[in-house]
Design a protein around this ligand. Structure first.
Ligand code: NAP
Length: 492
Protein backbone atom coordinates (compact mmCIF):
# COMPACT_ATOMS: atom_id res chain seq x y z
CA UNK A 1 0.00 0.00 0.00
CA UNK A 2 2.96 2.33 0.55
CA UNK A 3 3.89 4.86 -2.04
CA UNK A 4 7.35 5.84 -3.28
CA UNK A 5 8.78 9.36 -3.10
CA UNK A 6 8.69 9.55 -6.93
CA UNK A 7 5.01 8.61 -7.07
CA UNK A 8 4.27 11.17 -4.38
CA UNK A 9 6.08 13.88 -6.37
CA UNK A 10 3.94 13.04 -9.39
CA UNK A 11 0.73 13.30 -7.34
CA UNK A 12 1.70 16.70 -5.94
CA UNK A 13 2.81 17.96 -9.36
CA UNK A 14 -0.58 16.90 -10.80
CA UNK A 15 -2.32 18.79 -7.98
CA UNK A 16 -0.28 21.88 -8.83
CA UNK A 17 -1.13 21.52 -12.54
CA UNK A 18 -4.81 21.17 -11.65
CA UNK A 19 -4.52 24.29 -9.46
CA UNK A 20 -3.15 26.37 -12.33
CA UNK A 21 -5.98 25.23 -14.61
CA UNK A 22 -8.89 25.39 -12.15
CA UNK A 23 -7.99 28.80 -10.71
CA UNK A 24 -9.26 30.21 -14.00
CA UNK A 25 -12.63 28.43 -13.69
CA UNK A 26 -15.79 30.24 -12.71
CA UNK A 27 -17.04 30.04 -9.14
CA UNK A 28 -20.15 28.31 -10.47
CA UNK A 29 -18.08 25.40 -11.83
CA UNK A 30 -16.55 24.86 -8.40
CA UNK A 31 -19.99 25.04 -6.79
CA UNK A 32 -21.33 22.42 -9.23
CA UNK A 33 -18.40 20.15 -8.40
CA UNK A 34 -19.11 20.44 -4.67
CA UNK A 35 -22.80 19.67 -5.19
CA UNK A 36 -21.83 16.70 -7.36
CA UNK A 37 -19.68 15.35 -4.50
CA UNK A 38 -22.69 15.60 -2.17
CA UNK A 39 -24.84 13.74 -4.73
CA UNK A 40 -22.21 11.00 -5.15
CA UNK A 41 -21.97 10.47 -1.38
CA UNK A 42 -25.75 10.46 -1.08
CA UNK A 43 -25.98 7.79 -3.79
CA UNK A 44 -23.55 5.44 -2.00
CA UNK A 45 -25.36 2.27 -0.99
CA UNK A 46 -25.32 0.27 2.26
CA UNK A 47 -21.74 -0.83 1.54
CA UNK A 48 -20.46 2.51 2.84
CA UNK A 49 -22.11 2.20 6.24
CA UNK A 50 -21.31 -1.52 6.53
CA UNK A 51 -17.65 -0.96 5.75
CA UNK A 52 -17.36 1.96 8.15
CA UNK A 53 -19.07 -0.12 10.84
CA UNK A 54 -16.55 -2.92 10.38
CA UNK A 55 -13.60 -0.57 10.39
CA UNK A 56 -14.60 1.81 13.19
CA UNK A 57 -16.97 -0.21 15.42
CA UNK A 58 -19.36 2.74 15.28
CA UNK A 59 -23.07 1.85 15.24
CA UNK A 60 -25.19 2.05 12.09
CA UNK A 61 -27.48 4.85 13.33
CA UNK A 62 -24.54 7.04 14.25
CA UNK A 63 -22.86 6.46 10.87
CA UNK A 64 -26.09 7.11 8.98
CA UNK A 65 -26.38 10.44 10.78
CA UNK A 66 -22.75 11.23 10.06
CA UNK A 67 -23.24 10.52 6.37
CA UNK A 68 -26.10 13.05 6.33
CA UNK A 69 -23.92 15.59 8.11
CA UNK A 70 -21.16 15.09 5.56
CA UNK A 71 -23.53 15.63 2.63
CA UNK A 72 -24.86 18.75 4.36
CA UNK A 73 -21.31 20.06 4.79
CA UNK A 74 -20.65 19.81 1.04
CA UNK A 75 -23.99 21.40 0.13
CA UNK A 76 -23.92 24.20 2.66
CA UNK A 77 -20.29 25.05 1.86
CA UNK A 78 -21.21 25.09 -1.85
CA UNK A 79 -24.02 27.54 -1.05
CA UNK A 80 -21.56 29.74 0.84
CA UNK A 81 -19.13 29.70 -2.10
CA UNK A 82 -21.99 30.66 -4.41
CA UNK A 83 -22.91 33.56 -2.10
CA UNK A 84 -19.27 34.70 -2.24
CA UNK A 85 -18.96 34.53 1.59
CA UNK A 86 -15.34 33.45 1.69
CA UNK A 87 -14.28 35.91 -1.00
CA UNK A 88 -14.94 38.81 1.36
CA UNK A 89 -14.91 41.09 -1.69
CA UNK A 90 -14.36 44.78 -0.97
CA UNK A 91 -14.00 47.78 -3.20
CA UNK A 92 -12.76 51.32 -2.45
CA UNK A 93 -13.34 53.44 -5.53
CA UNK A 94 -10.83 56.02 -6.74
CA UNK A 95 -10.90 59.67 -5.84
CA UNK A 96 -8.78 61.75 -8.21
CA UNK A 97 -9.70 64.97 -6.35
CA UNK A 98 -7.97 63.89 -3.19
CA UNK A 99 -4.39 64.95 -2.51
CA UNK A 100 -2.62 62.65 -3.09
CA UNK A 101 -5.15 61.02 -5.48
CA UNK A 102 -6.79 57.92 -4.04
CA UNK A 103 -6.34 54.80 -6.21
CA UNK A 104 -9.08 52.31 -7.07
CA UNK A 105 -8.55 49.31 -4.76
CA UNK A 106 -10.43 46.03 -4.97
CA UNK A 107 -9.75 43.07 -2.69
CA UNK A 108 -10.82 39.46 -3.03
CA UNK A 109 -9.61 36.08 -1.74
CA UNK A 110 -7.69 33.59 -3.85
CA UNK A 111 -6.92 29.91 -3.19
CA UNK A 112 -3.56 29.03 -1.62
CA UNK A 113 -2.69 26.02 -3.81
CA UNK A 114 -2.53 22.26 -3.15
CA UNK A 115 -3.73 21.27 0.34
CA UNK A 116 -2.95 18.05 2.24
CA UNK A 117 -5.67 16.67 4.53
CA UNK A 118 -5.27 14.26 7.47
CA UNK A 119 -8.57 12.99 8.88
CA UNK A 120 -9.42 11.68 12.34
CA UNK A 121 -10.39 8.16 13.32
CA UNK A 122 -13.51 9.08 15.27
CA UNK A 123 -15.49 10.59 12.37
CA UNK A 124 -14.77 8.38 9.33
CA UNK A 125 -17.06 10.53 7.16
CA UNK A 126 -17.44 14.03 8.58
CA UNK A 127 -13.83 14.63 9.68
CA UNK A 128 -12.02 12.35 7.28
CA UNK A 129 -11.49 11.87 3.52
CA UNK A 130 -14.71 13.57 2.39
CA UNK A 131 -15.02 15.59 5.58
CA UNK A 132 -15.01 19.27 6.39
CA UNK A 133 -11.32 19.92 5.69
CA UNK A 134 -11.59 18.50 2.16
CA UNK A 135 -14.91 20.26 1.46
CA UNK A 136 -13.60 23.60 2.69
CA UNK A 137 -10.29 23.38 0.78
CA UNK A 138 -12.17 22.46 -2.42
CA UNK A 139 -14.59 25.31 -1.66
CA UNK A 140 -11.62 27.66 -1.51
CA UNK A 141 -10.50 26.45 -4.95
CA UNK A 142 -7.59 24.29 -3.78
CA UNK A 143 -6.77 20.79 -5.05
CA UNK A 144 -6.68 18.28 -2.19
CA UNK A 145 -4.46 15.31 -1.41
CA UNK A 146 -5.85 13.14 1.39
CA UNK A 147 -3.65 10.87 3.49
CA UNK A 148 -6.04 7.99 4.29
CA UNK A 149 -6.47 7.27 8.00
CA UNK A 150 -5.13 3.83 8.85
CA UNK A 151 -8.19 3.21 11.05
CA UNK A 152 -10.63 3.14 8.11
CA UNK A 153 -8.73 2.69 4.82
CA UNK A 154 -11.53 0.99 2.87
CA UNK A 155 -14.13 3.57 3.93
CA UNK A 156 -11.64 6.23 2.94
CA UNK A 157 -11.25 4.62 -0.49
CA UNK A 158 -15.03 4.54 -1.07
CA UNK A 159 -15.29 8.24 -0.23
CA UNK A 160 -12.24 9.07 -2.36
CA UNK A 161 -13.82 7.30 -5.35
CA UNK A 162 -17.03 9.31 -4.86
CA UNK A 163 -15.07 12.59 -4.92
CA UNK A 164 -13.06 11.49 -7.96
CA UNK A 165 -16.24 10.54 -9.86
CA UNK A 166 -17.77 13.93 -9.06
CA UNK A 167 -14.58 15.69 -10.21
CA UNK A 168 -14.63 13.84 -13.51
CA UNK A 169 -18.35 14.44 -14.13
CA UNK A 170 -17.90 18.14 -13.33
CA UNK A 171 -15.01 18.55 -15.74
CA UNK A 172 -12.42 19.28 -13.07
CA UNK A 173 -8.83 18.64 -14.18
CA UNK A 174 -6.99 15.47 -13.22
CA UNK A 175 -5.15 16.09 -9.95
CA UNK A 176 -7.99 18.09 -8.36
CA UNK A 177 -8.31 15.30 -5.80
CA UNK A 178 -5.90 12.52 -4.82
CA UNK A 179 -5.89 9.87 -2.12
CA UNK A 180 -2.80 8.15 -0.75
CA UNK A 181 -2.36 5.23 1.60
CA UNK A 182 0.59 4.69 3.87
CA UNK A 183 1.38 2.39 6.74
CA UNK A 184 3.92 4.83 8.18
CA UNK A 185 3.92 8.52 9.08
CA UNK A 186 6.64 9.13 6.50
CA UNK A 187 4.34 9.63 3.52
CA UNK A 188 2.27 12.22 5.36
CA UNK A 189 5.40 13.99 6.49
CA UNK A 190 6.81 14.04 2.95
CA UNK A 191 3.57 15.60 1.75
CA UNK A 192 3.70 18.31 4.42
CA UNK A 193 7.32 19.05 3.47
CA UNK A 194 6.69 19.12 -0.28
CA UNK A 195 7.44 22.59 -1.70
CA UNK A 196 4.30 22.64 -3.89
CA UNK A 197 1.98 21.98 -0.94
CA UNK A 198 0.65 25.27 0.45
CA UNK A 199 -1.49 24.32 3.47
CA UNK A 200 -2.52 21.38 5.65
CA UNK A 201 -5.81 20.47 7.32
CA UNK A 202 -5.53 18.09 10.26
CA UNK A 203 -8.00 16.63 12.77
CA UNK A 204 -6.67 14.29 15.39
CA UNK A 205 -4.44 14.05 18.41
CA UNK A 206 -2.28 16.74 19.96
CA UNK A 207 0.88 14.75 19.29
CA UNK A 208 0.09 14.27 15.60
CA UNK A 209 -1.06 17.84 15.04
CA UNK A 210 1.89 19.41 16.84
CA UNK A 211 4.38 17.21 14.96
CA UNK A 212 2.96 18.38 11.63
CA UNK A 213 2.85 22.04 12.70
CA UNK A 214 6.54 21.83 13.68
CA UNK A 215 7.43 20.12 10.42
CA UNK A 216 5.63 22.78 8.37
CA UNK A 217 7.46 25.51 10.26
CA UNK A 218 10.83 23.94 9.47
CA UNK A 219 10.25 24.11 5.71
CA UNK A 220 12.17 26.67 3.69
CA UNK A 221 8.74 28.20 3.04
CA UNK A 222 6.68 27.61 6.20
CA UNK A 223 3.00 26.89 5.49
CA UNK A 224 -0.11 26.96 7.66
CA UNK A 225 -1.20 23.72 9.33
CA UNK A 226 -4.76 24.04 10.60
CA UNK A 227 -4.71 21.38 13.27
CA UNK A 228 -7.77 20.69 15.40
CA UNK A 229 -6.51 18.66 18.32
CA UNK A 230 -7.66 17.37 21.67
CA UNK A 231 -9.33 19.19 24.55
CA UNK A 232 -10.84 18.33 27.98
CA UNK A 233 -13.81 20.66 27.47
CA UNK A 234 -14.43 21.60 31.09
CA UNK A 235 -17.85 21.96 32.65
CA UNK A 236 -18.08 24.65 35.32
CA UNK A 237 -20.83 24.08 37.86
CA UNK A 238 -21.67 27.36 39.59
CA UNK A 239 -23.35 27.17 43.00
CA UNK A 240 -26.82 28.58 42.23
CA UNK A 241 -27.44 26.21 39.32
CA UNK A 242 -25.87 23.24 41.08
CA UNK A 243 -28.06 23.66 44.17
CA UNK A 244 -31.25 23.81 42.08
CA UNK A 245 -30.98 20.59 40.05
CA UNK A 246 -27.91 18.52 41.04
CA UNK A 247 -29.42 15.11 40.19
CA UNK A 248 -30.77 16.24 36.84
CA UNK A 249 -27.39 17.70 35.90
CA UNK A 250 -25.65 14.47 36.88
CA UNK A 251 -27.97 12.36 34.75
CA UNK A 252 -27.54 14.57 31.69
CA UNK A 253 -23.81 14.80 32.23
CA UNK A 254 -23.39 11.01 32.41
CA UNK A 255 -25.10 10.78 29.01
CA UNK A 256 -22.89 13.42 27.43
CA UNK A 257 -19.68 11.96 28.91
CA UNK A 258 -20.32 8.43 27.67
CA UNK A 259 -21.93 9.26 24.32
CA UNK A 260 -20.07 7.41 21.56
CA UNK A 261 -17.82 5.81 24.26
CA UNK A 262 -16.51 9.30 24.97
CA UNK A 263 -14.76 9.47 21.62
CA UNK A 264 -15.61 13.05 20.70
CA UNK A 265 -13.14 15.89 20.54
CA UNK A 266 -15.74 17.90 22.48
CA UNK A 267 -16.23 15.23 25.14
CA UNK A 268 -16.58 16.99 28.53
CA UNK A 269 -13.89 15.21 30.55
CA UNK A 270 -13.40 17.73 33.37
CA UNK A 271 -15.94 19.05 35.87
CA UNK A 272 -15.08 21.95 38.14
CA UNK A 273 -17.26 22.73 41.15
CA UNK A 274 -17.07 24.01 44.72
CA UNK A 275 -16.92 21.29 47.38
CA UNK A 276 -20.04 21.03 49.55
CA UNK A 277 -23.44 19.42 49.91
CA UNK A 278 -24.66 20.37 46.41
CA UNK A 279 -21.57 18.98 44.68
CA UNK A 280 -21.88 15.82 46.81
CA UNK A 281 -25.45 15.35 45.60
CA UNK A 282 -24.27 15.75 42.02
CA UNK A 283 -21.48 13.22 42.60
CA UNK A 284 -23.77 10.67 44.25
CA UNK A 285 -26.24 10.88 41.38
CA UNK A 286 -23.43 10.67 38.83
CA UNK A 287 -22.02 7.54 40.50
CA UNK A 288 -25.43 5.89 40.26
CA UNK A 289 -25.56 6.64 36.54
CA UNK A 290 -22.00 5.63 35.69
CA UNK A 291 -22.16 2.18 37.26
CA UNK A 292 -25.19 1.42 35.07
CA UNK A 293 -23.54 2.40 31.78
CA UNK A 294 -21.90 -0.56 30.07
CA UNK A 295 -18.46 -0.25 28.48
CA UNK A 296 -18.54 0.20 24.70
CA UNK A 297 -16.24 -1.00 21.95
CA UNK A 298 -13.79 1.75 21.02
CA UNK A 299 -12.77 2.77 17.50
CA UNK A 300 -9.76 0.52 17.31
CA UNK A 301 -7.17 -1.28 19.41
CA UNK A 302 -4.81 1.70 19.49
CA UNK A 303 -7.51 4.04 20.83
CA UNK A 304 -8.67 1.43 23.39
CA UNK A 305 -5.13 0.84 24.63
CA UNK A 306 -4.49 4.59 24.67
CA UNK A 307 -7.63 5.09 26.77
CA UNK A 308 -6.73 2.35 29.24
CA UNK A 309 -3.21 3.75 29.65
CA UNK A 310 -4.19 7.41 30.08
CA UNK A 311 -6.98 6.45 32.48
CA UNK A 312 -4.54 4.41 34.60
CA UNK A 313 -2.05 7.25 34.54
CA UNK A 314 -4.55 9.78 35.87
CA UNK A 315 -6.03 7.55 38.56
CA UNK A 316 -2.53 6.65 39.72
CA UNK A 317 -1.68 10.30 40.49
CA UNK A 318 -1.43 11.55 44.02
CA UNK A 319 -4.73 12.86 45.40
CA UNK A 320 -6.89 11.27 42.68
CA UNK A 321 -9.68 9.02 43.95
CA UNK A 322 -11.87 6.82 41.76
CA UNK A 323 -15.55 7.44 42.48
CA UNK A 324 -17.35 5.15 40.06
CA UNK A 325 -16.62 2.58 37.37
CA UNK A 326 -19.16 0.77 35.22
CA UNK A 327 -20.26 -2.38 37.03
CA UNK A 328 -20.17 -4.31 33.75
CA UNK A 329 -16.74 -5.78 33.19
CA UNK A 330 -15.00 -4.45 30.09
CA UNK A 331 -14.03 -6.88 27.31
CA UNK A 332 -10.99 -6.40 25.13
CA UNK A 333 -11.17 -3.23 23.06
CA UNK A 334 -13.88 -1.66 25.22
CA UNK A 335 -13.67 1.62 27.11
CA UNK A 336 -14.95 1.49 30.67
CA UNK A 337 -16.92 4.53 31.94
CA UNK A 338 -15.01 5.96 34.91
CA UNK A 339 -15.35 8.98 37.17
CA UNK A 340 -12.60 10.14 39.51
CA UNK A 341 -12.14 13.18 41.72
CA UNK A 342 -9.35 15.42 42.92
CA UNK A 343 -9.15 18.45 45.21
CA UNK A 344 -8.55 21.79 43.53
CA UNK A 345 -5.30 22.27 45.40
CA UNK A 346 -3.93 18.93 44.10
CA UNK A 347 -4.87 19.78 40.54
CA UNK A 348 -3.15 23.16 40.81
CA UNK A 349 0.03 21.36 41.87
CA UNK A 350 -0.23 18.83 39.05
CA UNK A 351 -1.47 20.43 35.80
CA UNK A 352 -0.79 17.16 33.90
CA UNK A 353 -4.22 16.17 35.25
CA UNK A 354 -5.68 18.66 32.78
CA UNK A 355 -4.62 16.62 29.76
CA UNK A 356 -7.23 14.89 27.61
CA UNK A 357 -8.12 11.27 28.33
CA UNK A 358 -9.76 10.25 25.04
CA UNK A 359 -12.71 8.10 26.12
CA UNK A 360 -15.51 7.98 28.75
CA UNK A 361 -13.44 9.35 31.63
CA UNK A 362 -14.29 12.28 33.91
CA UNK A 363 -12.27 14.04 36.56
CA UNK A 364 -14.25 16.09 39.05
CA UNK A 365 -12.27 18.93 40.56
CA UNK A 366 -13.51 19.96 43.99
CA UNK A 367 -12.45 23.53 44.74
CA UNK A 368 -12.58 24.80 48.28
CA UNK A 369 -14.10 28.13 47.24
CA UNK A 370 -14.64 30.54 44.35
CA UNK A 371 -11.11 31.90 44.51
CA UNK A 372 -9.69 28.38 44.07
CA UNK A 373 -12.09 27.92 41.16
CA UNK A 374 -10.62 31.08 39.64
CA UNK A 375 -7.11 29.68 40.13
CA UNK A 376 -8.14 26.45 38.33
CA UNK A 377 -9.60 28.56 35.53
CA UNK A 378 -6.27 30.36 35.17
CA UNK A 379 -4.44 27.02 34.85
CA UNK A 380 -6.63 25.79 31.98
CA UNK A 381 -5.05 25.42 28.58
CA UNK A 382 -6.89 26.41 25.38
CA UNK A 383 -10.11 24.44 24.88
CA UNK A 384 -12.50 23.77 22.03
CA UNK A 385 -15.38 24.30 24.44
CA UNK A 386 -16.22 25.38 27.98
CA UNK A 387 -19.69 24.71 29.38
CA UNK A 388 -21.01 26.95 32.10
CA UNK A 389 -23.82 25.63 34.26
CA UNK A 390 -25.14 28.66 36.05
CA UNK A 391 -28.08 30.87 36.90
CA UNK A 392 -28.05 34.49 35.73
CA UNK A 393 -27.21 35.44 39.34
CA UNK A 394 -24.22 33.05 39.26
CA UNK A 395 -22.93 34.78 36.13
CA UNK A 396 -23.27 38.20 37.75
CA UNK A 397 -21.58 37.12 40.98
CA UNK A 398 -18.71 35.18 39.33
CA UNK A 399 -17.99 37.74 36.64
CA UNK A 400 -14.21 37.22 36.89
CA UNK A 401 -14.38 33.45 36.32
CA UNK A 402 -16.90 33.85 33.50
CA UNK A 403 -14.79 36.50 31.80
CA UNK A 404 -11.58 34.48 32.13
CA UNK A 405 -13.27 31.35 30.74
CA UNK A 406 -14.02 33.24 27.53
CA UNK A 407 -10.29 33.70 26.95
CA UNK A 408 -9.76 29.93 27.18
CA UNK A 409 -12.06 28.49 24.53
CA UNK A 410 -13.54 28.72 21.05
CA UNK A 411 -17.14 28.04 22.12
CA UNK A 412 -18.70 28.78 25.49
CA UNK A 413 -22.00 27.08 26.27
CA UNK A 414 -24.64 28.11 28.80
CA UNK A 415 -26.48 25.26 30.56
CA UNK A 416 -25.77 23.06 27.53
CA UNK A 417 -23.51 20.11 26.74
CA UNK A 418 -20.78 20.45 24.12
CA UNK A 419 -20.80 17.10 22.30
CA UNK A 420 -23.02 18.20 19.38
CA UNK A 421 -21.21 20.46 16.92
CA UNK A 422 -23.74 22.20 14.68
CA UNK A 423 -22.59 22.87 11.11
CA UNK A 424 -23.47 26.54 10.67
CA UNK A 425 -22.02 29.96 10.00
CA UNK A 426 -21.89 30.98 13.66
CA UNK A 427 -20.22 27.78 14.88
CA UNK A 428 -16.62 28.10 15.94
CA UNK A 429 -14.89 24.73 16.18
CA UNK A 430 -11.38 25.57 17.22
CA UNK A 431 -9.88 27.48 20.11
CA UNK A 432 -6.68 28.72 21.68
CA UNK A 433 -3.65 26.40 21.52
CA UNK A 434 -3.39 23.47 22.18
CA UNK A 435 -7.01 22.76 21.19
CA UNK A 436 -6.15 24.14 17.74
CA UNK A 437 -2.97 25.39 16.13
CA UNK A 438 -4.55 28.68 15.00
CA UNK A 439 -7.31 30.14 17.14
CA UNK A 440 -8.48 32.52 14.40
CA UNK A 441 -10.09 29.81 12.30
CA UNK A 442 -12.85 27.23 12.58
CA UNK A 443 -12.83 23.74 11.08
CA UNK A 444 -16.64 23.44 11.11
CA UNK A 445 -19.05 25.66 9.18
CA UNK A 446 -18.53 27.43 5.89
CA UNK A 447 -16.13 29.93 7.47
CA UNK A 448 -13.64 27.03 7.50
CA UNK A 449 -13.10 27.80 3.80
CA UNK A 450 -11.28 30.98 4.85
CA UNK A 451 -8.36 28.88 6.07
CA UNK A 452 -7.39 28.04 2.51
CA UNK A 453 -7.51 31.44 0.84
CA UNK A 454 -5.39 34.56 0.98
CA UNK A 455 -6.31 38.16 0.18
CA UNK A 456 -5.26 39.74 -3.13
CA UNK A 457 -5.74 43.45 -3.85
CA UNK A 458 -6.06 44.81 -7.37
CA UNK A 459 -5.06 48.46 -7.75
CA UNK A 460 -6.34 50.54 -10.70
CA UNK A 461 -7.13 47.47 -12.86
CA UNK A 462 -9.29 47.62 -16.00
CA UNK A 463 -12.76 46.26 -15.17
CA UNK A 464 -12.68 43.53 -17.82
CA UNK A 465 -9.54 41.95 -16.38
CA UNK A 466 -10.77 41.87 -12.79
CA UNK A 467 -12.15 38.65 -11.25
CA UNK A 468 -15.95 38.58 -11.64
CA UNK A 469 -16.53 39.28 -7.96
CA UNK A 470 -14.76 42.65 -8.26
CA UNK A 471 -16.21 43.84 -11.56
CA UNK A 472 -18.40 46.97 -11.57
CA UNK A 473 -21.54 45.14 -12.69
CA UNK A 474 -21.32 42.58 -9.84
CA UNK A 475 -22.17 39.71 -12.22
CA UNK A 476 -22.14 37.16 -9.38
CA UNK A 477 -24.74 39.24 -7.52
CA UNK A 478 -22.89 38.78 -4.23
CA UNK A 479 -22.65 40.98 -1.16
CA UNK A 480 -19.61 43.23 -1.34
CA UNK A 481 -18.27 46.05 0.83
CA UNK A 482 -18.20 49.08 -1.42
CA UNK A 483 -16.74 52.23 0.12
CA UNK A 484 -17.36 50.71 3.57
CA UNK A 485 -21.00 49.73 2.95
CA UNK A 486 -22.36 46.21 2.42
CA UNK A 487 -24.25 46.13 -0.86
CA UNK A 488 -25.18 44.02 -3.87
CA UNK A 489 -25.51 47.12 -6.05
CA UNK A 490 -23.43 47.49 -9.20
CA UNK A 491 -20.91 50.30 -9.40
CA UNK A 492 -21.84 52.88 -12.01
P1 NAP B 1 -4.12 10.82 15.20
O1 NAP B 1 -3.51 9.60 15.73
O2 NAP B 1 -3.45 12.10 15.51
O3 NAP B 1 -4.23 10.61 13.61
C1 NAP B 1 -4.72 11.59 12.70
C2 NAP B 1 -4.02 11.43 11.34
O4 NAP B 1 -2.72 12.02 11.40
C3 NAP B 1 -3.80 10.00 10.89
O5 NAP B 1 -3.90 9.95 9.48
C4 NAP B 1 -2.37 9.72 11.31
O6 NAP B 1 -1.71 8.75 10.53
C5 NAP B 1 -1.71 11.06 11.10
N1 NAP B 1 -0.58 11.31 12.01
C6 NAP B 1 -0.61 11.27 13.37
N2 NAP B 1 0.60 11.59 13.86
C7 NAP B 1 1.41 11.83 12.81
C8 NAP B 1 2.78 12.19 12.66
N3 NAP B 1 3.57 12.39 13.72
N4 NAP B 1 3.28 12.34 11.42
C9 NAP B 1 2.51 12.14 10.32
N5 NAP B 1 1.19 11.79 10.41
C10 NAP B 1 0.65 11.64 11.63
O7 NAP B 1 -5.62 11.01 15.73
P2 NAP B 1 -6.83 9.95 15.78
O8 NAP B 1 -6.38 8.71 16.45
O9 NAP B 1 -7.41 9.83 14.47
O10 NAP B 1 -7.97 10.72 16.68
C11 NAP B 1 -8.00 10.74 18.07
C12 NAP B 1 -7.67 12.12 18.59
O11 NAP B 1 -8.20 13.14 17.74
C13 NAP B 1 -8.25 12.48 19.94
O12 NAP B 1 -7.25 13.01 20.75
C14 NAP B 1 -9.33 13.52 19.68
O13 NAP B 1 -9.59 14.42 20.71
C15 NAP B 1 -8.82 14.18 18.48
N6 NAP B 1 -9.88 14.74 17.65
C16 NAP B 1 -10.00 16.07 17.55
C17 NAP B 1 -11.01 16.62 16.81
C18 NAP B 1 -11.13 18.12 16.67
O14 NAP B 1 -11.94 18.59 15.91
N7 NAP B 1 -10.34 18.87 17.33
C19 NAP B 1 -11.92 15.80 16.13
C20 NAP B 1 -11.76 14.44 16.24
C21 NAP B 1 -10.72 13.92 17.01
P3 NAP B 1 -2.09 7.19 10.63
O15 NAP B 1 -3.32 7.05 9.79
O16 NAP B 1 -0.92 6.52 10.03
O17 NAP B 1 -2.32 6.89 12.07
Amino acid sequence: MDISKEELDKIVQKAQDAFLISKKFSIQKRVSFMRAVADEIEALGPELIQTAQQESNLPEARLTGEKGRTIFQWRSYADAVERGDSLDASIDTANAERTPPKPDLRKTSVPLGPVVVFGASNFPFAFSTAGGDTASAIGAGCPVIVKAHEGHPVTSGIMADAISRAAEKSGMPEGTFAHVYSSTYETGQQLVSHPLVKAVGFTGSYLGGKALVDLANQREEPIPVYAEMGSVNPLFLLPGKLSSVPQELAKQYAGSLTLGVGQFCTNPGLVVGIAGEELNQFIEALKEEIVKIAPGVMLNKKIATGYAESREKVIGQSGVEVLAVSETEAKEGQGVPTVATVAGVELLANPALLHEVFGPFALIVQCKDASEMLAVTEKLEGQLTVSLFATNEDVASQEEIVSLLQTKCGRILFNNYPTGVEVSKSMHHGGPFPSASNSAFTSVGADSIKRFVRPLSFQNWPDEFLPEELQNANPLNIWRTVNNEKTKEAIS
